[in-house]
Design a protein around this ligand. Structure first.
Ligand code: FES
Length: 170
């Protein structure tokens, strides 16, 4: 197994994905979505595959990749915590919650803890405005979240994670 496979990224699988979609009209977005669906993020090594297949410049591909908030360019941790930053949650203390979580985990929004346990991501409305501030951990919604509750939610998730041996695929 290669290093790229160990991190979930595989250039040959990525090439097949790019080639399968390259003939679609407006293929760039479908390709980026497909790569993210397959690998969890769009690796920098995908850029030359895309520029070659679509005859685009690197700047054009990177411009689109960074324009859309949903695309990720780094792999996620074992758990993903999304904190809502939209208006209703802002008015109910989302900023303080974000600050608390960043300090607690020692990483900023968009980053992953050094042990790979948790990735923090911004999200703009989880459809749970009546129960703001809202967060989503690994796809599960939580409302009226306080600092104490977020600590408990994170602790429970991290405790139940079975650590994979170093270097093994996730
Ligand atoms: S504004 Fe946060 S859930 Fe809608």
């Amino acid at each position: 197994m290669t290093d790229t496979q160990a991190s979930g990224w595989d250039v040959e699988r990525a090439r097949l994905t790019v080639d399968a979609l390259a003939r679609l009209p407006g293929a760039l977005l479908p390709i980026l979505h497909a790569l993210q669906d397959e690998f969890g993020y769009v690796d920098d090594a995908a850029i030359p595959l895309i520029t070659d297949a679509l005859n685009l410049s690197r700047a054009e591909v990177i411009g689109v990749l960074h324009f859309y908030h949903d695309f990720r360019t780094t792999p996620s941790g074992r758990h993903t915590l999304q904190l809502c930053r939209a208006e209703a949650c802002q008015s109910m203390g989302a900023d303080a919650l974000v600050q608390h979580v960043e300090e607690r985990l020692g990483v900023a929004m968009g980053e992953t803890t050094e042990d790979g346990a948790v990735t923090l991501r911004d999200v703009y409305c989880l459809g749970n405005c009546a129960l703001s501030p809202a967060v989503m951990l690994d796809g599960r919604l939580h409302g009226r979240v306080t600092s104490e509750r977020i600590d408990a939610i994170l602790a429970a998730a991290v405790e139940t994670t079975v650590e994979a041996p170093a270097g093994s695929p996730r």
